[in-house]
Design a protein around this ligand. Sequence first.
Ligand code: FES
Length: 228
Amino acid sequence: MLSRICRRTIQKEIRCFSKGLEHMPGGVVNSEKFREIYTPTDSIDGYYEKVRKPRERIDPTKRAVNYLVLGTMRMFYVTFGRMAILRFIQYWSAAADVLAMATTEVELDKIPLGTTYVAKFRGSPVFVSHRGPADIEAARADDNAELRDPETDAERCPNPEWMIALAVCTHFGCVPIAGAGGWGGYFCPCHGSHYDKAGRIRKGPAPENLHIPEYKFLDANTLLIGNE
Ligand code: FES
């Protein structure tokens, strides 16, 4: 504010001074040099007048700036919203490796009689046990035994030669050992759960039988675990 007042005062002084000198014949202001140097403007040195924006180009509403600020903010909102939606969808989608394993095929002729193959299905291990006649007989003999989670062998193994169950203990989720335990089926060493040859819980803290995933036999030699 003070500088503006000073500037105006100086301008006024110069104008008065020039006006006074103009009328003096042969004065300084009538010289070529003075005319070359001095240009009457609103500012002291005239530089501001040269570089300032023409008045007709000044928009008092500052519409362009407002549009720029609003547009930039909206661009950020849209980008943020888009990223949030994408992240949400990605978070709830199954991982690519899990999707790739939505179903698992097992070649049965590679599993010898009396052994268990551990397949991987949707990130979890699955027992595929090839049972012999003695195993089937032992499992069926216990259909009427006192069971914590009663199920018959035929219900659990429609194809008696093959016992298929998730290799995840129903107590706290450890992976049991096949062909071990008091009933020769599966044994969980974490807290000592014994499952028989049909995967039924017989002893220990596990509350349920081993869970059976969805599966089907595509042909005599191919087992498909999971839903297509
Ligand atoms: S997790 Fe298997 S017995 Fe506890």
